[in-house]
Design a binder for this molecule. Structure first.
Ligand code: MG
Length: 376
């Protein structure tokens, strides 16, 4: 299947709001391809390999990390973008970057760091992803961060408080004007949810924290499971699970593409600006699949993310993040030189932000090792 020309409402270079710092275009790559490549070459991207998705990295070699999660999100996002004649490299760039700001230890780490930062504007991993690509990556001589295209940055910033939006300038505007981002950003957002719902079922079964019996009550799982059993009676569990998950992803992605096509037809956008002003998200499941998707999400929340075995690790992770934050805040000279330099001369809030940037950038295993080294 050769690629079709882009739809008129896709994001394109010629209609882009461009980069924060002007740069000559690359000779052999498009602007969004260049963004994707910069993300892949970033330090924050490499660190995702040792950051938790659900299971802490050293619990087993087969579980997803944030890196493999991000690659799965990108795979799903690209398939949907191509099917809808949208900008594939842009979708890929947003998907690969969406978790760059994540703390060590998944949501436990994020919530604890947010608590540590309560008096100083809080900590939100999504906002931090934008901060990583706009400010924290230090690789290029002519500008801070990765100097990505507006549409890539717009997609990375999935949600944002009004107070933060006011400080962010152009990329925060849509949260004040109640506008939507482009369709590529909308795809990345749902691809994230599709990826984790499905791979967490897989990882949860492998870890023995979920059972096949429990999952029979989930319509998305049960439909695929019944199909596989009919087609391949007596198939061993491992392959039965893969075949079921494969079907689940296929079902929700197909529903997403078809329902989004219908939404686009109804809204009839002529340009990306029409998409932004459409008044609602156009990339969406049908009502029926949305309900099933949410039901599976709630199921995972209850049976996997809040599992007693997970909670032990959650408490340990919270203690590590809190104690590291407190220690560095009390003595910024313990920070590496470039962070210590930024912390000096600032007020309390500036100092806390530098410490949060440093702790957020840690991988799980580095945080554990630093905690052990400094606090025994
Ligand atoms: Mg994610």
């Amino acid at each position: 299947m050769d690629p079709e020309p882009l739809a008129p409402y896709a994001a394109t270079e010629s209609r882009s709001k461009g980069r924060r710092y002007d740069e000559p275009a690359a000779r052999y790559r498009g602007q969004y391809q260049r963004d994707r490549d910069r993300i892949i070459h970033s330090t924050a991207f490499r660190r995702l390999v040792y950051k938790t998705q659900v299971f802490v990295n050293h619990e087993g070699d087969l579980y997803r990390t944030r890196l493999t999660h991000s690659l799965e999100v990108a795979q799903i996002g690209r398939s949907v973008a191509v099917a809808l004649r949208l900008n594939e490299p842009l979708t890929e760039a947003i998907c690969l970057a969406h978790d760059l700001g994540h703390t060590p230890f998944g949501h436990a780490g994020q919530d604890e760091l947010n608590d540590c930062m309560r008096e100083f504007g809080g900590f939100e991993h999504n906002l931090q992803s934008l901060r990583v690509v706009d400010e924290l990556e230090a690789k290029y001589a002519d500008f801070p961060g990765l100097n990505l295209m507006f549409e890539t940055r717009e997609g990375i910033l999935k949600h944002c408080s009004k107070a933060n939006a006011r400080q962010l300038g152009d990329v925060g505007r849509r949260f004040l004007d109640r506008e939507q981002p482009g369709l590529e950003a909308q795809i990345a957002n749902i691809a994230d949810a599709i990826a984790y719902n499905n791979h967490d079922v897989d990882d949860g079964l492998r870890a023995g924290l979920l059972t096949l019996e429990q999952l029979q009550d989930q319509p998305l799982f049960a439909a695929g499971y019944d199909d596989v059993q009919k087609l391949h009676p007596g198939l061993e569990d491992r392959r039965l699970i893969y075949e079921t998950i494969r079907r689940m992803i296929g079902m929700v992605v197909t529903d997403l593409i078809e329902n989004t096509r219908a939404n686009i037809e109804a809204a009839a956008p002529q340009s990306i600006d029409d998409v932004r002003a459409a008044g609602k998200v156009l990339v969406a499941f049908s009502d029926e699949v949305y309900e099933q998707h949410v039901s599976l999400k709630r199921f995972l929340q209850k049976h996997l993310y809040s599992h007693e075995k997970k909670l032990d690790m959650t408490r340990r992770a919270q203690r590590i993040v809190r104690e590291l934050f407190d220690l560095y805040s009390a003595d910024v000279s313990l920070l590496p030189a470039e962070f210590a330099g930024r912390a000096e001369g600032g007020d309390e809030a500036d100092k806390a932000r530098v410490v949060a940037d440093y702790v957020a950038g840690m991988t799980d295993r580095y945080a554990i090792a630093e905690h052990e080294r400094l606090l025994g």
